[in-house]
Design a protein around this ligand. Structure first.
Ligand SMILES: C[S@@+](CC[C@H](N)C(=O)[O-])C[C@H]1O[C@@H](n2cnc3c(N)ncnc32)[C@H](O)[C@@H]1O
Length: 333
């Protein structure tokens, strides 16, 4: 089985020391598109002032309200920037017929994929019915739990894409086995997941409020048994499911506009806009449910972490992992 691992560029990101830099150049331009959900579960659950999904209640720890939907669309913009405009890394060719987007969120990736491949059928699946109702004819959405048995045809999809569904998937081997079963021989799978840990090439992260938030968040996720596999651990699961030519790609995602490099700075400012609501989106349910913190305690932690990100004094970054694999033409028994 051929495998390739591309190492993360370990050269430190250079810090921009110019205090005069304005972030106004880096406001995001959000995309919007408008077709229909075939099954709808339009009932919601409210907690700590945020709205959560009703199907399989409590399974996914982030909210699904308008604030979160705006954040997801902005995050898509950030991912496009990191991938230099590309929607994915896998070499799927010019003529895919069937594409599946797992945990589609607002459906923004699926809609872009539908536009890129107008001849392809694109299906987006999510626990929450938060996708637009009117969309281009080749894109459709389904509300379902991807951890249940899939009812798609076997050997059907040319490409299965899954981005940031971690902290929700309990059984990764089963998730990958289902992907394998429903991928066409020769087709691809790509899983894009942000690692939970943050890195720093100087001492500015140690003791920061950002670190305090991340440590608490990771602790809550560990208690919830929702630590997701990334990198080599995820690669092994993808290979065990039967995919070959499994490749790992890594992209640095700076916490704020502190890097000197203009593309990384731009990415960092989008992260900063994103974390303004993202800290609460990610942290509120895990920290109140599993660490027993109060709403106010979590909000204070989020506010302090956000101040660090906006200050550009904490030179930390996360890693976005893309793990891709191909289903062999000759399928194993
Ligand atoms: C962080 S959002 C990412 C959305 C989208 N993939 C993107 O990158 O813009 C994760 C999404 O996965 C969905 N999700 C999580 N677990 C799921 C499951 N078991 N079945 C279906 N959808 C799920 C959530 O409802 C949420 O919309």
């Amino acid at each position: 089985m051929a495998t390739t691992v591309e190492a993360l560029d370990h050269a430190p990101l250079e810090v921009d020391t110019d205090p005069e830099f304005s972030s106004s150049d880096y406001s995001s331009s959000l995309e919007s598109s408008t077709h229909s959900i075939t099954s709808s579960i339009v009932d919601y659950v409210y907690e700590n002032g945020r709205r959560y999904h009703r199907l399989q209640e409590g399974k996914y720890l982030l909210p699904n309200d308008e604030t979160e939907q705006d954040r997801l669309d902005m995050y898509h913009h950030l991912q496009l920037l990191l991938l230099k405009g590309a929607l994915f890394v896998a070499p799927i060719g010019d003529n895919p017929q069937h594409i599946l987007d797992c945990g589609t969120g607002t459906g923004i990736w699926a809609l872009d994929a539908g536009e890129l491949y107008p001849m392809a059928e694109v299906v987006g699946v999510d626990l929450s019915p938060i996708q637009p109702e009117w969309v281009v004819p080749n894109v459709r959405f389904e509300v379902d739990d991807l951890e249940m048995d899939w009812t798609f045809r076997k050997d059907y999809f040319d490409f299965i894409h899954s981005r940031n569904v971690a902290q929700s998937i309990r059984d990764w081997p089963k998730y990958l086995e289902q992907m394998y079963r429903h991928t066409k021989p020769g087709g691809y799978v790509e899983l894009a997941e942000i690692g939970l840990h943050s890195y720093c090439d100087d001492n500015s992260y140690k003791g920061s409020a950002l670190e305090t938030y991340i440590v608490s968040f990771v602790k809550a996720i560990e208690i919830a048994s929702l630590m997701q596999p990334t990198g080599d651990a995820l690669k092994k699961i993808v290979e065990a499911a039967g995919f070959v030519d499994v490749t790992i790609k890594q992209f640095k995602q700076p916490w704020g506009g502190w890097p000197k490099n203009s593309e990384m700075k731009r990415a960092g400012f989008i992260v900063s806009l994103n974390s303004a609501t993202g800290f609460e989106s990610y942290g509120m349910a895990p920290m109140t449910r599993f660490l027993g913190l109060s709403t106010d305690e979590v909000l204070t932690m989020c506010k302090n972490a956000q101040a660090d990100v906006e200050s550009r004094k904490v030179h930390a970054y996360q890693v976005m992992w893309h793990v891709l694999g191909r289903k062999p033409e000759k399928v194993r028994k």
